[in-house]
Ligand binder design. Structure first.
Ligand code: SF4
Length: 256
């Protein structure tokens, strides 16, 4: 095909929030992982391990609540049923403590009182000319008769969310809102629930915020087509998967 011809059947690229977060946090990591597709080391800390267990415990809690079968305290039974290999757990007393602290706070939280509509709901839509795909941890309402839906994401730890502007902090949920709006036309609140501090942080959503998130995704897509991918040493470097061979990170730890 001559270089001046426009490819008519180009498939839109696939983007997920992990890809977005990688580009915001460290363009070098984004380049290695998503453009050069270099293999990364599998660095799984205690956070990831505990987070995976708690994600499934909360999902099971809401599944059984959807069937009208439970009270917040029942999450303890679900947790004991889901407990991993006892030996493995006993090797991680810190993880066990974190999980128990989270469950104590969950029982009395606003989140536990919400009514589930969909759990781990897959979504995919054309946003800013790419296919944005993801899985919404929880679609819920504050009242079973309400037709306004809240979107909630469960986060492993307080550092997991990009800080900065409101749009960057809630970017994942704002993009999910854009994707989910055909199924759940009236979305009221967006919530982030952190396992580490057991804190629930919610905001009222708006069309303006949602449009700003789509513009932000558009800017990031343009950035990804560029040629400059600087390393940004950040708090996630130890678990990035490229840290062993990343000169910038290695230099930063030698300096310390
Ligand atoms: S170790 Fe840190 S600076 Fe290096 S690529 Fe990974 S995230 Fe970026």
């Amino acid at each position: 095909m001559a270089s001046d011809q426009i490819p008519l059947f180009d498939k839109p690229e696939k983007w997920s929030y992990s890809k977005v977060k990688s580009l915001i946090l460290c363009p070098k990591e984004f380049n290695l992982r998503y453009l050069s597709k270099q293999e990364s080391a599998n660095v799984q800390g205690i956070d990831t391990w505990v987070g995976r267990i708690l994600h499934s415990v909360v999902a099971d809690y809401f599944r059984s609540k959807k069937a009208n079968r439970n009270e917040p305290e029942d999450i303890w039974q679900i947790y004991s049923r889901r407990l991993p290999d006892k030996l493995e757990w006993s090797k991680n007393p810190l993880g066990a403590k974190r999980a128990e602290r989270f469950l104590e706070a969950f029982v009395v939280s606003d989140l536990a009182a919400k009514y589930p509509v969909a759990i781990e709901a897959p979504c995919k839509a054309l946003v800013a000319e790419v296919f944005f795909t993801g899985r919404i941890d929880l679609v819920c309402t504050t009242d079973p008769d309400s037709e306004t839906f809240d979107l909630v994401e469960l986060k492993l730890n307080d550092n997991e969310v990009v800080s900065g502007s409101t749009v960057d902090r809630y970017l994942q949920l704002l993009l999910y809102q854009k994707v989910a709006v055909n199924i759940y036309p009236s979305i009221g609140r967006l919530g982030l629930y952190f396992f580490e501090s057991a804190q629930f942080s919610e905001i009222e959503t708006s069309t303006e915020l949602c449009n700003t998130a789509v513009d932000r995704l558009g800017e990031l897509i343009i950035e990804a087509k560029g040629s400059h991918f600087p390393a940004t040493v950040n708090r996630f470097c130890p678990t990035c998967g490229y840290s062993e061979r990343c000169e910038e990170y290695q230099r930063s730890i030698v300096r310390k």
